[in-house]
Design a protein around this ligand. Structure first.
Ligand SMILES: [Zn+2]
Length: 285
């Protein structure tokens, strides 16, 4: 059997990076399972700052992390937060009632922690982990999140796993204004359609994978003013560390790959995605 490398992977330092979608609070338990030495969320953020990550959005899309994410952002310079009920989580409540209660809880946390709230997210649709029969419920939950983001005047971070068309049509139906496709997984045509709406594409470590030709062509087809960068840690560690524990300090590997594709130095693509994030997320300015 091939030996699988475990534990933390090496950071690639690039100045001025912006990670617009990460789950730092979920990293420690994931790291423990992978046999990495223990680090607290604060230590993970500190190490990420040393690697050049200036700002990050901590995304909590499970009820148990709502309060903690808001507080983590309040206590750590450069960290902002976003809340939503992930489509798969929404389904896990097994019905309208539990989901509604969680949605109200989310709104309470948002209103009691207004300062570092950057976005609503991640909401969307997933037909990879759920079957098509769940479409009506997933659509309804997404429409709730669109309305909330519009009310708050905040961008909505979208989770789209195997649901490009369904998500796009719900966004149009719900009149979504500010939208970021997190960990964009579409092709060049879909990227163009998203950009035409004035929305953003956030690229994760997935774009570095060998089989990600569609995403790479999406990046090449996107106007420079529409692209963002993220880790989605603890999963989706970029090449050459695919499969390892991910953390915001790994963002440099993704930016270097994106830069190579666009024939730009990593520092330049870091600057582009950072400035785009500042334009997309008012809380970051
Ligand atoms: Zn995520």
């Amino acid at each position: 059997m091939k030996h699988k490398e475990r534990g933390w992977a090496e950071p690639l330092k690039v100045e001025g990076m912006a990670d617009d979608h990460t789950h730092i609070l979920s990293i420690p338990s994931f790291a423990e399972e992978e046999g990495a030495s223990p680090l607290s969320p604060e230590e993970i953020w500190q190490k990420s700052r040393e690697a050049g990550v200036e700002k990050a959005i901590e995304v909590a899309c499970e009820e148990k992390y709502f309060e903690e994410a808001a507080e983590f952002a309040e206590k750590n310079a450069g960290v902002f937060y976003a809340l939503a009920i992930h489509p798969i989580e929404a389904l896990a409540y097994g019905g309208e009632e539990g989901y509604r209660r969680a949605f109200e809880k989310m709104k309470e946390v948002i209103s009691s922690h207004p300062k570092k709230l950057a976005a609503v997210g991640e909401s969307g649709m997933d037909f990879f982990h759920a079957d098509l029969s769940t479409l009506p419920f997933q659509r309804k939950a997404l429409l709730d999140h669109i309305a909330l983001a519009n009310d708050l005047g905040l961008p909505l971070q979208i989770h789209d796993h195997g649901a490009h068309r369904e998500v796009f049509s719900a966004l149009k139906e719900g009149g979504a204004k500010k939208v970021v496709f997190h960990s964009f997984s579409g092709d060049a045509d879909f990227a163009r359609a998203v950009c035409e709406e004035g929305w953003y594409l956030s690229f994760s470590g997935m774009v570095t994978f060998k089989n990600a030709k569609d995403m790479q062509s999406a990046l090449l087809a996107s106007p420079r003013g529409r692209i963002l960068s993220e880790t989605d840690a603890p999963s989706l560690a970029p090449a050459p560390y695919r499969g390892r524990v991910n953390a915001p300090w790994m963002l440099g590997w993704t930016l270097r790959f994106m830069g190579d594709l666009l024939r730009l130095p990593a520092a330049e693509i870091a600057k582009i995605t950072r400035e785009n994030a500042q334009a997309a997320y008012e809380a970051w300015r």
